[in-house]
Design a binder for this molecule. Structure first.
Ligand code: KG4
Ligand code: ZN
Length: 342
């Protein structure tokens, strides 16, 4: 089955062609980062309008890169939520219309299921069951993946997501948007030990996360101290270490709690090298396997949506005639995967 995948939930237009036998055939991405940078964050209306401009050319590019034509497409999978409603509607309306025009099924895909399954695009995919640390701009959660389609949320953020904490701290320090990569770059030259940072919610039991206190602590340090370049780098380094160690403590707890053997890191913050290295080391020490998608599939992309959609479409699941776009859509409300269609 050849699936066209479409992702437009935020500021990346992503398209991919995924084949149930051959795997990923092609993918294309346009990031709107430069467009939103001058505003210091994503402007929803500008995001929607740019998806309109880029989506069809990217679909054509993907088809020609894979040596396929429109008539080869067997199904269309598009991100239907959660995300920015206007941006989602572009992918939903386009994906649905293409499916109707071609007379093939369409499927509304959950963006976070895409992130969760993204490591399966790699040569050595993780085996279920596993625990996933899902850390993106919109979400931070620990999820037990019992099997594909069956997700148990072990803990989630009570306020800011890890990505938001990176972005807001970077903005405070006067770094560009998106802040995560910029802050990580600056942290390389910083002294992680110059300032003390809290490890939020690690001294009480449970797997929930909270980053707003850490953000305020960082803000007070920066606004009440020397604001020179070395201080900026030292704060970035200390902040990053605090986020990474907090996530490590929670992952360790989640692995003990579920007795899982495999940890998966997914979502945009999963591109952070310090986080990847720290969890990799912990995996070696504790005997867990640690998997993550390649960097380009950590952040939003069409490949993960095509793959996640394909898993469900193969079982015969597909959406009805109505357009589905949901700004909010809890992950544990997804239907479990049915047995494959005969
Ligand atoms: O998954 P994603 O592309 O979009 C959402 O679904 O939210 O995640 C974007 C988030 C942003 O907050 C960005 O700053 C963060 O991921 N991010 C990083 C890094 N690369 C992206 N955070 C820390 N270190 C990075 N290297
Ligand atoms: Zn995402």
């Amino acid at each position: 089955m050849l699936v066209l995948g479409i992702e437009t939930s935020c500021d990346e237009t992503g398209v991919a062609l995924y084949d149930s036998d051959a795997g990923l055939l092609s993918h294309a991405l346009f990031s709107q980062v430069d467009i939103h940078a001058e505003y210091g964050g994503v402007v929803p209306e500008i995001a929607s309008r740019d998806h309109v401009r880029k989506l069809l050319p990217l679909i054509n590019q993907c088809l020609s890169r894979a040596g396929k034509t429109r008539s080869d497409i067997d199904a269309v999978a598009y991100t239907a939520g959660p995300g920015l409603i206007g941006a989602l509607l572009v992918g939903t309306a386009t994906g649905h219309s293409i499916a109707i025009a071609l007379g093939v099924p369409a499927l509304a895909v959950h963006h976070m299921e895409g992130h969760l399954l993204a490591p399966m695009l790699e040569e050595k995919p993780p085996e279920v069951p596993f625990v996933a640390l899902l850390v993106s701009g919109g979400h931070s959660m620990l999820v037990e993946v019992c099997r594909i389609g069956e997700y148990r949320i072990l803990g989630e953020t009570l306020d800011d997501s890890a990505g938001e904490a990176f972005d807001k701290t970077a903005k405070l320090l006067g770094l560009g948007y998106p802040g995560g990569p910029a802050l990580a770059k600056l942290a390389v030259n910083g002294d992680t030990e110059r300032f003390a940072f809290p490890r939020p919610m690690t001294h009480r039991p449970g797997l929930d996360l909270s980053f707003s206190g850490l953000k305020t602590h960082t803000r007070n340090l920066w606004l009440n101290g020397d604001r020179d370049d070395q201080t900026r780098a030292d704060i970035a380094a200390g902040f990053q270490k605090a986020v990474v160690e907090t996530l490590l403590i929670k992952c360790r707890r989640a692995m003990q709690h579920t007795r899982a053997q495999q940890l998966v890191i997914a979502g945009g913050v999963g591109a952070n090298q310090s986080l990847r290295q720290t969890l990799q080391r912990a995996g070696k020490k504790h005997g867990w396997k640690v998997s993550y998608p390649r960097l380009e599939f950590c952040t939003d992309n069409g490949a993960m949506i095509a793959l996640a959609g394909c898993q469900r479409l193969m079982t015969g699941e597909h959406s009805g005639p109505e357009l589905k776009a949901l700004a909010r859509w809890p992950l544990d409300q997804l239907p479990p995967l049915e047995a494959p269609a005969a």
